[in-house]
Design a protein. Structure first.
Length: 454
């Protein structure tokens, strides 16, 4: 049997593509060597957020007195948190299986390897999995990414070293932890362990944590976490590891566990037969429709190295499948929209949360775009004031000084993750300040800050 589409990888990009193509009546085969849902659902976004929510409940209970609530003998059960996390993941994986349960979609569990191209020039592809060979008209590579292991002396075969997958699977909390890397993953784990009472040290080689985000927003989080007792070292390079001892900038720091979280790299295993596949900075190079330089070969998700976020992967998959379907009938359906990378929202699930979309003030300056920067404390929202005692927060809006369009929004304050999509709409569609002023936000909500700031 020849399939319309073969997909390698069952993460957000893979299962989204499989669902979209199969619902269009096209025969699809999806290969996944582990569990449907990929890194995000199984050992990333969802399990992390499940544990973070549990930690937040405990943290809020122990700090409830500022709201007039007294709670005595508050405790947490980490094993119960882990059990709940597992249940959440299983339910969501089951949901994905249900979405792919149709006559046009075949799911194969196993490691898939691409075979040399078919002879005859028809562009078809052969994939081997579990000793069976599958043929497809189109191929989509959604093999994701893996944790990057830096070449630090002492890191190999060190029982004290964790990556994010190890940390999520741990049956018990460490007595103390050093986190190497102050990016998104590192700071979310720092939040989790700190709120559960574990002494935390974060070591970041860059001059600041979360270096890709708005510096003013990040500084608020940095100041709060340092005041709360998290030891955050910036401009500090790890030189060597010896068990739980970390030597950095000539100083030695020690903890029971060392979580190394310094980024991820595209996973290219199984793609060796595509020896002419064009790469860019170690990831698969794609065009605006997620097509590679090879005919009928697409790539979506982390393996493209674009923006390593689950919602980006899903959107890439939607665009790629739409392009495949249109190409088959000579673009007679509708024009396929491209992925708008400048309007991708992102969230850091610290406490408080950070949410952003579009360019920062510094990026605008580097691009020689004259801008007007509007900013307000989140306390201009009544709902925020009512629910965030002692917090100030910040919302920044970057506006084009010439045409007054919204170029970026950057916020710190709890609940900002739930309204950053509204800002994403504005950036995506080029809304101007006068147009934004006409949008009515419900009262009282934290989202009103997007109106107040205008």
């Amino acid at each position: 049997m020849q399939y319309f589409l073969a997909i390698i990888g069952g993460g957000p990009a893979g299962y989204t593509a499989a669902e979209k193509a199969s619902k269009a009546g096209k025969d699809v085969v999806l290969f996944e060597q582990s569990a449907l849902g990929g890194t995000c659902l199984n050992v990333g976004c969802i399990p992390t957020k499940s544990l973070l929510y549990g930690a937040k409940q405990y943290f809020n209970a122990t700090h409830a007195q500022k709201y007039g609530v007294t709670a005595e003998n508050v405790a947490f059960d980490f094993s119960a948190m882990q059990k709940r996390k597992t249940i959440v993941v299983r339910k969501l994986v089951a949901g994905i299986k249900a979405r792919l349960n149709n006559d046009h979609c075949t799911v194969v569990n196993g490691f898939a390897k691409i075979l040399p191209s078919l002879q005859g020039g028809d562009g078809g592809r052969l994939i081997e999995c579990n000793g069976e060979t599958y043929e497809a008209e189109n191929l989509m590579i959604c093999t994701g990414s893996t944790n990057f292991v830096p070449p630090i002396p002492g890191i190999k075969d060190n029982p004290a070293i964790w990556d994010s997958t190890d940390a999520l699977a741990a049956a018990e909390l460490p007595k103390s932890i050093i986190i190497v890397g102050g990016g998104v993953i590192g700071m979310e784990f720092a939040t989790l362990y700190h709120e559960l009472g574990v002494p935390v040290t974060v070591i970041e080689a860059m001059p600041t944590i979360l270096p890709n985000l708005d510096p003013e927003v990040v500084q608020i989080l940095l100041d709060k976490y340092r005041k709360a007792g998290i030891n955050i070292l910036t401009s500090t390079k790890v030189e060597s590891l010896d068990g739980g001892k970390v030597t950095a900038n000539g100083e030695v720091y020690e903890a029971e566990k060392v979580l190394v979280s310094v980024g991820r790299r595209a996973n290219l295993l199984g793609l060796e037969a595509l020896n002419e596949l064009e790469l860019e900075r170690g990831a698969i190079k794609i065009d605006e429709f997620c097509k590679t330089n090879l005919p009928n070969v697409y790539a979506c998700g982390d393996v493209t190295g674009k923006i390593m976020l689950a919602h980006v992967a899903s959107r890439q998959a939607e665009v790629a499948v739409s392009k495949m379907l249109n190409d088959q009938i000579n673009d007679q359906i509708v024009n396929v929209q491209m992925v708008n990378y400048r309007a991708i929202p992102s969230v850091v699930y610290t406490n408080p949360e950070i949410a952003s979309v579009g360019i920062t003030e510094a990026q605008a300056e580097s691009m020689s775009i004259p801008v007007e920067v509007k900013k307000l404390p989140m306390t201009f929202s009544g709902r925020f004031m009512a629910e965030n005692e002692g917090e100030t927060g910040l919302c920044k809006m970057i506006v084009d000084a010439k045409n007054h369009s919204v170029l970026g929004v950057h916020c710190i304050g709890n609940s900002c993750s739930e309204f950053i999509s509204a800002a994403s709409f504005a950036v995506r569609n080029g809304y101007t300040v006068p147009e934004m002023q006409q949008v009515v936000f419900p009262h009282p909500t934290v989202s009103e800050i997007l109106h107040e700031i205008l």
